[in-house]
Each structure stands twice: as C-alpha cells, then as structure tokens.
Design a protein around this ligand. Structure first.
Ligand SMILES: C[S@@+](CC[C@H](N)C(=O)[O-])C[C@H]1O[C@@H](n2cnc3c(N)ncnc32)[C@H](O)[C@@H]1O
Length: 218
C-alpha cells in the first residue's frame, strides 16, 4: 500500500450538505459499485490521457479508472466519508500518486486550474443544489481544446422512484442550454439520451435513461 496523499480541504463547505452526503455514504460499507461509469469509459477511453477533473467523485471508481489509464486526476467531493474511501481504494490500486483528492463544496468554491477533461457523472442531488451554476463553473475549468462530459439521470432510476416521485429531470438539450456556451468558442460533440440496463446500490437491475452532453472548447 502507498502512503495516502495530503488532501486539500476547502473551508467553504455548507455543513448541511456535507452531513447529508456523509450520512448517505455512512449508511453502507460501500455505496457505489466501484466500477467506472460506462459513458466515461467510452468517452475518456478514446482520448489521449491528460489532466482530468472529476466532480462529485464519490467513492472514486472513475478517478481510479482514469488514473490507471494514465490520466492525472483531480477528484473532488463534499463528503469526507466518500473521499476517505476513495483514497483508500486508490492506495490499494497503487494510483495514489496520480490522483489529488480534494474536499470542496462546489456550490461555495471550485478547484483552480484548467483541465483537458472535466467530468460530471451523475452530479445530481435530492437536496438544494444550484446545479446550473456548478456546471457553468465546470465549463470554465476546461482548457482550450479540452472537453466537458456531463452524464446525468434522464429519469429517476427505478430503485429510487418511490423516494423521489416528483423530481424533474432535464432533457440533454436543456442541460446543454443551461451551460450558456458561446457557440463560437465551443463545439457540441454529443447531446443525447442513452438507454441502458444498470445496477442499483442494492444490486437491483433496471432500465436507465442517461443524458449525455459532450462539448469541446475550441
Ligand atoms: C449521485 S452521486 C455520484 C457519484 C459519482 N460521480 C458516481 O457517478 O458514482 C453525487 C456525488 O456528488 C457529491 N456532491 C453533492 N453535492 C456536492 C457539492 N455541493 N460539492 C461537491 N460534491 C457534491 C456527493 O457527495 C456524491 O458523491
């Protein structure tokens, strides 16, 4: 095992937000599968590795996969519980040296720098979350020639419907419009709803609709 890297901890964190996500993660030994998100694998797998910012990295499945592909990863989450697990997994995988884990509340502040790829995988929240603002900040963090990949639920996963029956989900076109990108400065590569079979936190399988938005800064 490698020594854990020093973690950057932003002071500007909304404690209620942090508590919500810490409690959600603490309720289970592991919340997500540990596997990388499939659309990220397809998109990033076709790119030459560079720098990547993983927003809302959770337990680190994407960050670790990216590091293994040779990317230099900055992985950000508001939950200490999730980040601790992600760092332990990264250490076990031997990729600690390629990932900077940072605790940020993205509604309060944003990591510095410009990245070849900025990835927001299911950066969605059942509690107050000004997502449009966060995604616009994500677009600003893309380096010239780099890409922003947003993957989000296009409808509630079957296993979560009972808990959040009223939630509105944007279409991929609405998500793209919410970024308010200058068409002279950005090229839209993909805007689509993708259907697939997926697995929920309790191992349940079901039909999922994922919105996928991929834009490239010229
Ligand atoms: C639905 S989970 C997705 C996790 C991971 N990207 C994945 O696809 O498995 C959303 C993640 O965003 C994080 N998050 C929620 N609000 C946040 C905020 N304001 N700042 C930073 N991270 C936040 C949560 O802690 C959680 O890990």
């Amino acid at each position: 095992m490698q020594a854990a890297a020093t973690r950057i901890e932003s002071e500007a964190v909304d404690e209620e937000t942090a508590r919500y996500w810490d409690e959600l993660y603490a309720a289970r030994e592991r919340y997500w599968s540990g596997r990388a998100n499939p659309h990220l694998v397809t998109v990033a797998g076709a790119l030459p590795p560079g720098t990547v910012l993983d927003l809302g990295c959770g337990e680190g499945g994407d960050a670790i996969w990216l590091a293994r592909q040779g990317w230099r990863v900055t992985a950000v989450d508001v939950s200490r519980t999730a980040l601790d697990r992600a760092a332990a997994e990264a250490s076990a995988a031997g990729v600690t040296g390629r990932i900077d884990f940072r605790r940020h509340d993205l509604t309060r502040d944003f990591p510095d720098g410009r990245f070849d790829l900025v990835s927001a995988q299911f950066l969605q929240s059942p509690i107050e979350f000004p997502r449009d603002e966060v995604l616009r900040a994500a677009a600003r963090a893309v380096a010239p020639g780099g890409r922003l990949l947003i993957v989000e639920h296009g409808e509630m996963p079957p296993w979560a419907r009972a808990h959040h029956p009223e939630t509105h989900f944007p279409t991929p076109q609405e998500t793209l419009a919410s970024l308010a990108l200058d068409p002279d400065a950005w090229h839209t590569e993909r805007v689509e709803a993708v259907h697939r079979e997926g697995t929920g936190p309790n191992g349940e399988t079901g039909h999922l609709v994922d919105n996928l938005v991929l834009v490239r800064r010229r």
